[in-house]
Design a protein around this ligand. Structure first.
Ligand code: HEC
Ligand code: HEC
Length: 356
């Protein structure tokens, strides 16, 4: 009798385990669609999450300094026959093998490590680096985060002036690399933002309403990836106040670097959600000049860089009037034309309602 019960219990546990196992497998399969499942002619990137495809292709193109057509035949991305596509498959295998063998699988080596913007990597060191291009001398005593942030707040206009700004309306142009422009309007209120860009009759709206980030093309929802959501949220918070510690609870000083010939303090900042970014403050002016966020992919970090130039004073507080946004293979610039401060903006403006 006891024996029978034991067998029954073991049997029940077994069935239970099989059930859980198959369920979790099903869940894993429905949760992450792989590139092998979604795309037509995948031979190497089979196990990569399908939603990394765009990022990985743009990373490869930007790392080699080429367009999609360097490897692909027109828009028939699944088609083979271009020798560069074959080589790229071998290069992908080589890159993964290097990381697996020498870096415990971490994506340390990527296309950019060797190619650095060139289809044919240089095997000899560059002897033409001038002194100006080399890393500046590091300070003997590192500046503290408080010193850098205090100087930043002062450079923007000082805490009293900053506190007076509650909302902004900004008229701008989005300038594409070929010089064409699209009109852009930006509304900001505390940590909320709405950016509306007009491409002829097509209106693209991106916003953060204080809780959620959303995007629309005319009246249709455009689904945001988590990293895109995060960047809209960041843009909303960044110039809402000078209190960067509210966005980045953890900040540490990195190095003194150079951007466009000017010395900058590089800060490694971590958000509450544990995302890492790099912030660069001009050593002399104290202003924020660059921010780099990145999203991990199987080919290493997919960077998102924002450069802040031409700060001008609007109501006692400075704003960058030229902002350059760059992702691998994608660049555009926002040129601010007009700023109105403390105009009445209803909170409803930032919600995904029909009117917005
Ligand atoms: C350096 C070469 C290279 C460049 C540049 C490149 N690709 Fe690819 N692409 C590949 C390779 C190789 C594959 C196949 C990967 C595999 O077999 O696992 C591929 C596959 C694809 C696929 C999947 C097609 C399918 O259904 O099988 C798409 C979509 C794609 N690329 C789009 C792009 C876009 C868009 C660009 C430009 C931003 C681009 N690629 C730039 C090499 C490249
Ligand atoms: C360890 C260094 C290294 C890494 C990493 C690397 N490559 Fe290469 N790659 C080379 C070298 C070296 C060549 C040969 C250059 C030549 O022939 O002049 C090359 C050649 C190529 C070519 C042929 C270029 C041509 O004009 O014929 C392509 C395409 C290419 N690599 C793509 C990639 C891609 C995509 C990645 C990332 C997945 C990558 N490579 C990663 C070193 C590297």
């Amino acid at each position: 009798m006891k024996q029978k019960l034991k067998i029954l219990v073991v049997f029940a546990i077994l069935i239970f385990a099989v059930l859980i196992f198959s369920q979790s497998r099903q869940q894993a399969q429905t949760q992450i669609e792989t590139a092998g499942q979604k795309f037509k002619n995948i031979k190497v990137l089979n196990e990569m999450p399908a939603d990394q495809m765009g990022k990985v292709m743009n990373l490869m193109a930007a790392s080699l300094g080429v367009n999609c057509s360097f490897c692909h035949i027109g828009n028939n991305f699944e088609k083979d026959g271009n020798e560069h596509k074959d080589i790229a498959r071998e290069m992908l295998k080589m890159t993964f093998a290097l990381n697996k063998t020498y870096f415990e699988g971490r994506p340390e080596v990527s296309c950019a490590t060797c190619h650095n913007g060139l289809a044919h990597p240089q095997s000899a060191p560059n002897l033409n680096l001038t002194k100006a291009e080399m890393r500046p001398k590091q300070p003997t005593t590192k500046p503290t985060i408080d010193q850098i942030l205090d100087k930043y707040a002062l450079a923007l206009g000082g805490k009293t002036n900053l506190e007076k700004i509650t909302s902004r309306y900004i008229k701008a142009n989005r300038v594409e690399p070929d010089g064409t422009t699209e009109p852009e309007e930006v509304w900001q209120k505390s940590n909320k933002i709405l950016i509306a860009t007009k491409y002829g009759d097509y209106l693209v709206t991106e916003a953060f309403d204080g809780t959620t980030a959303w995007k629309r093309g005319n009246a249709d929802e455009i689904k945001l990836k988590p990293d895109e959501e995060e960047q809209i949220r960041r843009e909303a918070g960044l110039f809402a106040s000078a209190n960067l510690t509210a966005i980045y609870p953890k900040m540490e000083f990195g190095i003194v670097d150079k951007i466009d010939g000017r010395e900058v303090y590089q800060i490694r900042a971590t958000t509450a959600g544990n995302l890492r970014e790099r912030l660069y403050f001009d050593v002399n002016s104290g202003l924020l000049v660059r921010r780099i966020a990145s999203t991990p992919t199987i080919l290493g970090n997919f960077p998102y860089q924002v450069d802040y130039h031409d700060y001008k004073n609007f109501g006692g507080v400075k704003l960058p009037t030229t902002v350059r946004f760059a992702l691998p293979n994608i660049v555009w610039t926002r040129k601010i034309l007009e700023v109105k401060i403390n105009t009445l903006v209803d909170d409803a403006k930032f919600k995904p309602t029909k009117e917005n």
